[in-house]
Write a protein that binds this ligand. Structure first.
Ligand SMILES: C[S@@+](CC[C@H](N)C(=O)[O-])C[C@H]1O[C@@H](n2cnc3c(N)ncnc32)[C@H](O)[C@@H]1O
Length: 188
């Protein structure tokens, strides 16, 4: 697994960085929800995928990270197309569900212990055919290695990956580049 990742990284130097942009662009998404903004790196990738006409709603626990991300998206030319909701993402998701908002692309990249709940809310907020991407699902490759000492998120990610693979409302695959991303289509 490690060998395979090193090979992919050596040939496609920043493939995992581009993945969010490529997948959101191929899916034709215009209204994107991101969970976990940090400095806005993934936000810029997602915005490049939807271009001038899309919107990004980004959920971030810390106000200072949301401000940093907003300033970086502004530098990248997307400042007017992004809205930040600060505080615990679970609360923001509940608010969005109540307000009848719907999205066609989701990027889950915050606290791993809540991934299952984030997935459930994303499905509630999804337009038919929407795409849900979750990052870091290989937990450094540890999910596939029964002999390795478990890392912090090994069991959480094993369980999450099973849920995604078996979910009756999703058609899913796992792309093993970077730290692994699940890509799921919400059935119409
Ligand atoms: C891995 S970083 C996100 C990186 C970003 N998506 C990128 O690729 O540029 C995870 C982010 O999730 C945020 N976070 C952690 N727990 C959260 C929670 N309960 N609700 C919302 N955001 C949370 C952290 O503050 C951090 O900024």
């Amino acid at each position: 697994m490690k060998q395979m990742n090193s090979y992919i990284d050596s040939v496609f130097s920043n493939e995992d960085d581009l993945l969010e942009e490529v997948v959101s662009s191929i899916s034709g998404a215009k209204h994107v929800l991101e969970i976990g903004a940090l400095g806005g790196y993934s936000g810029i990738c997602l915005a490049r995928g939807f271009g001038k006409e899309g919107t990004l709603t980004s959920l971030e626990l810390k106000k200072e990270y949301a401000e940093l991300a907003h300033s970086n998206l502004t530098k990248a030319g997307f400042g007017d197309q992004v809205t930040y909701m600060t505080g615990a993402a679970l609360q923001s998701l509940e608010q969005l569900v109540k307000s009848d908002k719907r999205f066609d692309f989701f990027f889950i990249d915050a606290d791993k212990g809540n991934y299952e709940q984030y997935l459930t809310h994303c499905i509630e907020l999804a337009k038919p055919g929407a795409v849900i991407v979750a990052d870091n699902v290989l937990a450094g490759g540890s999910v596939a290695d029964q002999k390795a000492a478990p890392r912090r998120h090994t069991e959480v990610m094993r369980t999450f990956n099973k849920t995604v693979a078996q979910h009756p409302q999703l058609e899913s695959l796992l792309i093993p580049i970077g730290d692994g991303m699940t890509v799921s289509k919400v059935k119409k």
